[in-house]
Design a protein around this ligand. Structure first.
Ligand code: NI
Length: 174
């Protein structure tokens, strides 16, 4: 089932999310819903607070080539355990900040540890777009958005655009 995606600014996008203590069917179905919502958007990553759930859960799939098999990843309690000194710059966007993009500099590669859908611990090294995406999504769990890496002027400009978009959406629904 698809879930509505929160649009910035929203206080739920600024909060620290709680670690998931134990997996449950409810959490698994939330993860499945998030993947469905992400693919439908379409996007390459989604974090639970973006659908209003304050749990440490992210989903992603950075396979862009349609000829390649999809690789949906569900990560409970994801944690960056090591980061490369080497940095890279990607133009990032966010499903909670539609149609806005900006370059963000982050470590080029990261080692991530998480609990998968079956409750097993996984560790993997990500680089390139996957590394950017997993760092962006984990930031969401700490109440941080990609625009927080930008200067105040640029951040305010984007925030004002989003406030306008939300007013228009509210009007359209009324
Ligand atoms: Ni995002």
């Amino acid at each position: 089932m698809k879930r509505p995606i929160l649009i910035h600014p929203d206080p739920r996008l600024k909060k620290l999310c709680a670690a998931v203590p134990d997996l449950s069917d409810e959490l698994r179905s939330l993860a499945d819903d998030m993947l469905e919502t992400m693919y439908d958007a379409p996007g390459i990553g989604l974090a639970a607070p973006q659908v209003g759930v304050m749990d440490r859960l992210i989903v992603m799939d950075c396979v862009k080539d349609e000829a390649e098999a999809p690789r949906p990843l569900i990560m409970f309690n994801p944690e960056i355990v090591a980061s490369s000194d080497e940095m890279s710059v990607y133009e990032e966007g966010c499903l909670s900040i539609p149609d806005q993009y900006a370059e963000v500099k982050r470590p080029e590669a990261v080692d991530v540890r998480w609990i998968d859908r079956d409750g097993n611990e996984q560790t993997e090294t990500f680089d390139g777009l996957w590394a950017t995406c997993v760092q962006h999504e984990i930031d969401h769990l700490n109440g941080k958005l990609f625009i927080d890496y930008l200067g105040p002027m640029k951040r305010q400009l984007i925030t004002r655009k989003m406030q306008k978009l939300k007013r228009e959406q509210a009007k359209a629904r009324a």
